[in-house]
Design a protein around this ligand. Structure first.
Ligand SMILES: CCCCCCCCCCCCCCCC(=O)SCCNC(=O)CCNC(=O)[C@H](O)C(C)(C)COP(=O)(O)OP(=O)(O)OC[C@H]1O[C@@H](n2cnc3c(N)ncnc32)[C@H](O)[C@@H]1OP(=O)(O)O
Length: 162
């Protein structure tokens, strides 16, 4: 009988992945801006769920380099739509914070364009496209090379008194 059951094998930690940014990107320290609360997506940087690093480019746009691990599985071998949505929620909301708006997300509209294979490193790029009164609109897409996996439109609402 084998000493390692399939279940034990599934619990082993996946090897390190390369989450380095593009040339000219500067690492972005999210906790120093918004505190330590973002554990759902960012909380286990060496775990088997999400591994994420944030960067800003020379125009101060926020980018995320993200690995979807085996614990994000939905359809066999591919990421759960909720996992993709969680990443878009955090990355696009954080983009508004990084642009100077203290917000929560009021509405998030995600289009899932292509199924995302597990254990793939992808990028989320974001743009704050408008800010009117308390409403800040952020657009983003999750992609790798020419493959676009999801696009998002995120209405953020500023928090009074912050
Ligand atoms: C205590 C917290 C500290 C946080 C400090 C650290 C945070 C660190 C964040 C890190 C980065 C983020 C990453 C994760 C982002 C999330 O996941 S946030 C969590 C998920 N989001 C939520 O739980 C939000 C729940 N909703 C709410 O709290 C409230 O509905 C809101 C959004 C604050 C708005 O409520 P409100 O302040 O009473 O404002 P309200 O008058 O209803 O709306 C203001 C305007 O926005 C419009 N609006 C509001 N909601 C919507 C909507 N869903 N659709 C369309 N329009 C809307 C209204 O129509 C209104 O428009 P006008 O009439 O002015 O034209």
């Amino acid at each position: 009988m084998s000493e390692t059951s399939p279940q034990q094998g599934a619990e082993s930690i996946c090897p390190p992945v390369d989450l380095s940014g593009d040339a000219g990107w500067v690492p972005f320290d999210a906790p120093s801006l918004v505190g330590e609360s973002l554990r759902f997506v960012s909380g286990e940087p060496d775990g088997n769920r999400f591994r994420v690093r944030y960067y800003r480019d020379s125009e101060q746009h926020l980018h995320a380099r993200i690995w979807f691990g085996p614990e994000t599985e939905g359809p066999p071998g591919h990421a759960h739509g909720g996992a993709v949505s969680a990443v878009m929620d955090e990355a696009l909301g954080l983009a508004a914070w990084a642009a100077g708006y203290p917000i929560v997300v009021g509405n998030l509209n995600i289009s899932f364009r292509t199924m995302l294979p597990l254990q793939k490193v992808v990028t989320v790029e974001s743009r704050v496209v408008s800010a009117q009164g308390r409403k800040v609109m952020v657009h983003g897409r999750l992609f790798c090379g020419d493959a676009v996996y999801a696009e998002g439109e995120c209405l953020c609402i500023t928090l009074p008194g912050r």
